[in-house]
Design a protein around this ligand. Structure first.
Ligand code: FAD
Length: 196
């Protein structure tokens, strides 16, 4: 960032989080600068598998409550961003298959399915004899298999590029540079940790 640049918001990192925030904030009328040390989407956002699985890895009620909103947001982005930028980020509502290999895991899966059903999540059980037709990776001795229709895929690299281009249309700026000295420890003296 050049000396003297003034923005309402400085975003450190041009991954999907930084670029989508830049898009939403600039669209809402804020001046935004994104600072990226390497290249846009050069880290996790450029290599992600692109599965949208908001129900997958959590039993936290607060996170589960966010799941339908996450899906709705992605459906809206899949409409709006390609119109704004001409970049198709490949959003597809493809089925997602969960398999249980033991009776214990099958029981967990049944509970998971019944909890999600109460929230209106659309899933269907695959019968053992139908499993090989659904996927060649699934064998008929699998204890239980459940197909979900609310866990789409997308190309996270293209989504990130699309988000920054759309943000730029609303006046956001992208600049190369490494931001230093922001945060080295929390109040207890621990270093910040992240991870996938
Ligand atoms: C192999 C793989 C598969 C994955 N599959 C999935 C999946 O299927 N579904 C899913 O939801 N998630 C998946 N993820 C996780 C997902 O990719 C990440 O959660 C997401 O991309 C994180 O986005 P981010 O913007 O926070 O971080 P990043 O994409 O890592 O972006 C951070 C950016 O900040 C920049 N930066 C860092 N420090 C500074 C600094 N000091 N100054 C300036 N710039 C800086 C970096 O260069 C980087 O470009 C996967 C991740 C990996 C690696």
């Amino acid at each position: 960032m050049s000396r003297g640049t003034i923005a309402d918001v400085a975003i450190v990192g041009g991954g999907i989080i930084g670029c989508l925030n830049a898009y939403e904030l600039s669209k809402a009328g804020h001046s935004v600068t994104v600072v990226e040390a390497d290249a846009l989407a050069s880290e996790a956002s450029g290599t992600s598998g692109g599965w949208q699985t908001p129900y997958a890895y959590t039993v936290d009620p607060a996170m589960l409550a966010l799941a339908p909103r996450t899906l709705q947001l992605h459906r809206e982005l899949a409409q709006v961003l390609p119109e704004e930028t001409g970049i198709d980020h490949g959003f597809e509502e493809t089925p997602y298959l969960r398999c249980a290999l033991t009776e214990e895991r099958a029981e967990e899966l049944r509970k998971w399915q019944s909890d999600r059903a109460r929230e209106g999540v659309d899933t269907s059980w695959i019968q053992p004899q139908d499993m090989p037709q659904v996927s060649t990776w699934v064998t008929a001795d699998t204890a239980a298999a459940l197909l979900s229709n609310v866990e789409p895929t997308l190309d996270s690299y293209r989504l990130t590029l699309s988000a920054i281009q759309a943000a730029e249309k609303y006046g956001a700026e992208y600049t190369a540079g490494q931001v230093v000295g922001l945060l080295s420890s929390d109040v207890n003296g621990r270093s910040p940790r992240g991870g996938y």
